[in-house]
Design a protein around this ligand. Structure first.
Ligand SMILES: [Zn+2]
Length: 252
């Protein structure tokens, strides 16, 4: 059974708060799950890049694990932002990152749109920014969900490299605040904190730039692994990341 089917079954069986934030280009539902309650809110997203669907498994494991914990706030999980792309990847394009329209969703957000070093302006398996910011149903769904929830922080799971990105032009107190939180993530995961000066148009970039909240990308999985990362790596990745959301809620 592929990860999209597994997520669908997981969704049906989940008895807590859940819903659909929107639909993909090919009309697949983009699910969310919520745990905890209270003032502080985090949105955690997974598999915006197709070949990184090991993170959807990480989302399901994290939801199971955190279901029994007392949380100092509320976590909204979006385990698969790009279900069409994941299907394309599984069906025979192991390096595929984009959505069904061959737009790379994580460069389609309105934050220095089209100014990234690796940006492309034609359809491609990766790095095509799209015709304009939020041209894609999936990025619009995530934007609108984020406006609706008004999170205090967002976390975007990607693979690979065991790195943490926290920076997008923010300065002063905000930079200090965000770096301190990145250090908390680094302590728990053992991953390296990195600046990404050539990044633009990402969900994390947009959250920092337009919402002024801390936002992080976590790249799971050793760089020596090949895309897509196999499920046998999941236990290690889960162990490294299972406390991250709890800690971030405590530190917010
Ligand atoms: Zn990615």
């Amino acid at each position: 059974m592929d990860v999209i089917k597994e997520l669908k079954i997981f969704y049906k069986r989940f008895s807590g708060e859940k819903g659909i934030i929107g639909y993909s280009t090919l009309k697949r539902p983009i699910y969310y799950f919520a745990l905890g309650g209270g003032e502080k809110k985090i949105i955690a997203t997974y598999s915006i890049h197709a070949r990184e669907y090991i993170t959807t498994y990480l989302a399901m494991e994290s939801i199971k694990y955190l279901s029994s914990k007392r949380l100092n706030g509320k976590i909204y999980f979006v385990p698969c932002v790009n279900p069409d792309g994941v299907k394309i990847c599984i069906k025979g394009k192991p390096l595929y990152k984009a959505n069904a329209k061959r737009v790379d969703l994580n460069v389609n957000f309105d934050a220095d749109f089209g100014k990234g070093k690796h940006n492309l302006f034609y359809e491609n398996d990766e790095n095509f920014v799209g015709k304009y910011p939020f041209s894609e149903k999936e990025s619009r769904a995530l934007r609108d969900f984020t406006y609706f929830i008004k999170p205090n922080l967002t976390l975007s799971y990607h693979s690979k490299g065991e790195e943490i990105y926290y920076h997008f032009k923010q300065k002063g107190e905000r930079l200090k605040r965000d770096y301190a939180l990145a250090k908390e993530i680094a302590l728990l995961t053992g991953y390296k904190i990195k600046k990404t000066p050539f990044s633009s148009g990402g969900y994390k970039d947009w959250c920092i730039d337009k919402l002024s909240i801390p936002a992080f990308t976590i790249e799971v999985g050793s760089d020596s692994l090949t895309h897509p990362i196999k499920k046998e790596s999941l236990p290690k990745i889960f162990t490294q990341n299972k406390e991250v959301l709890i800690r971030l809620l405590e530190k917010l």
